[in-house]
Design a protein around this ligand. Structure first.
Ligand code: ADP
Length: 484
């Protein structure tokens, strides 16, 4: 949820930033284009003023007029066509006007009656799509009306080439006409990106100065790139945050479970300590008061006391060993040990409860079992835990089998029962500390949940393995393997 909020806010503000940055860079590009247009206009004007001054000189020069004007046109690239009309509107130049000249001459004539000869100065007259520069100059006979149409080629040679940045500059300044066709550009525009355009000031109506930039280098493109990079970083950040949230969630859940298991453990151990203690106490007190006259009963009471204290010892050993393992202090002293006596001793310790509950016990020890290096106390305790579990979880079947035989690299001791079994999905977890199938309050059997964790630790500390094969309701076989 917080990650999603950050994602949405980040995305929205990034989009806004991108939009305003794009807008800003377009504005800047337009400013640059405007400046370029101003410059072009200034230089064009200067070129035209110079042309008019030279034309005035040619008119006043006293030479044969037509030749002088021919020379002037030839020497002035910006001039496409020159028109000279006298005071009566007669065409003085060109001597033989072409068909294309007619509209311009008509427009100039239309200008004549408006008292042009007194006006002087330069102005523009629109003829269709072109703009004609007009001015009033004088020769020896009086005022003449001059019309000049501009040459695009002259514009390029006299103005643009000298003025606009060289072809190497990353930004391309191009001139485009009203229909958007490129009229001039120092380099091909293919592959370049249009950035901004502003109209020409004078002389070429509909034409615009446009700014292009090679694809990918324009400010807009770099803003987009930056936005993409930031977006990527944001996405990574969100993923990291989400992963962190999930990880923390898991950790918290695991810790909560562990806290619950520990609480169960304390309750279970206290309960398990109390039960044998109160039995011992009750029987002890009864004996002490001398109320039991019958020898056989007295004997039975002693046995109960011994059995319960053995159970207590086992439980306390388990808890102490477990705490040593947790603290990393458990040490194992290995010595070659025979298997058979170990198995028999362990079973002897359970002889009373086994007999009392009517268990059928099968023991099968393979012949020629080798001695195996082990910590006999630890392995005995592990075995006792397995047998204790088999008795505890036997249900009504009351059948126990312990078998030991040699394998390739060592010895296997297997403890089987036909009891309640372990559900398949739990089989991996029962070796975890504190883990018990079903909650302890529903399990109703005594136990602390550390027995199998201890067995596993013992097996692994000897370089061996513990595994379980089980079917719910059909029983379990725990196999304890020790290397030779
Ligand atoms: P506990 O003190 O509960 O016996 P263990 O670590 O020895 O703790 O065993 C963990 C859990 O594994 C037990 O609570 C039980 O649910 C299951 N379990 C162990 N041995 C057997 C078995 N022989 N048959 C069925 N379930 C078993």
């Amino acid at each position: 949820m917080p990650a999603a909020t950050v994602a949405v806010l980040g995305y929205v503000s990034l989009r806004q930033w991108q939009r305003s940055a794009e807008l800003l860079s377009r504005e800047q590009a337009r400013d640059v284009a405007t400046m370029a247009a101003d410059k072009v206009d200034m230089v064009l004007r200067a070129v035209e003023d110079d042309a008019l001054a030279r034309l005035q000189a040619a008119l006043a020069g006293g030479r044969a007029l037509e030749a002088a004007l021919d020379d002037f046109v030839a020497a002035t690239p910006i001039v496409e066509r020159l028109y000279v009309l006298d005071r009566e509107g007669r065409v003085v130049y060109p001597r033989v006007p072409g068909g294309a000249d007619a509209p311009v001459i008509a427009a100039l004539r239309a200008d004549v009656p408006r008292g042009w000869s007194d006006r002087g100065g330069r102005r523009e007259v629109a003829v269709g799509q072109t703009s004609v520069l007009t001015a009033v100059l004088r020769d020896t006979d009086g005022p003449l009306l001059i019309g000049i149409t501009r040459s695009a080629d002259g514009l390029r040679r006299q103005v643009l080439e000298s003025l606009l940045p060289s072809p190497e500059a990353p930004t391309i300044y191009a001139i485009v006409d009203g229909a958007g066709h490129s009229m001039y550009s120092p380099r091909p525009l293919a592959g370049a990106e249009f950035v901004a355009a502003v109209p020409f000031r004078n002389g070429f109506p509909g034409w615009r100065i446009a700014i292009y930039q090679p694809r990918g280098t324009s400010p807009v493109a770099s803003v987009r790139r930056q936005a993409a990079v930031i977006m990527g970083a944001l996405a990574v950040l969100i993923v990291v945050i989400a992963a962190g949230v999930v990880a923390v969630g898991r950790l918290v859940r695991r810790e909560t479970e562990m806290a619950q298991l520990k609480a169960d453990f304390v309750a279970n151990v206290s309960h398990d300590l109390k039960t044998p203690l109160s039995v011992i106490r009750m029987y002890g007190e009864t004996l002490e008061m001398g109320r039991v006259r019958d020898d056989a009963t007295r004997q039975e009471y002693y046995r109960v006391i011994t059995r319960e204290s053995e159970r207590l010892t086992r439980l306390i050993d388990n808890v102490l060993d477990f705490s040593r393992i947790e603290g990393g202090r458990r040490r194992y002293d290995l010595a070659p040990t025979a298997i058979e006596p170990l198995v028999r001793e362990t079973l002897d310790a359970f002889a009373y409860p086994l007999a009392q509950q009517g268990f059928k016990v099968e023991v099968e020890i393979g012949p020629d079992l080798p001695e195996v290096p082990m910590d006999a106390d630890a392995v005995g305790q592990a075995l006792a835990n397995l047998v204790d579990n088999a008795i505890k979880f036997s249900g009504d079947s009351r059948w126990l089998r312990v078998e030991a035989h040699a394998t390739d690299g060592g010895v296997v001791i297997a403890v089987s029962d036909r009891g309640i079994g372990v559900p398949r999905e739990e089989a991996g977890k029962i070796f975890d500390k504190f883990y018990r199938v079903g909650r302890s309050d529903t399990q109703a059997r005594r136990g602390s949940g550390v027995g199998l964790a201890l067995v596993k630790h013992v097996a692994e500390a000897h370089g061996g393995r513990i595994s379980v094969e089980s079917q719910t309701g059909a029983g379990s076989t725990f196999t304890f393997w020790l290397p030779r």
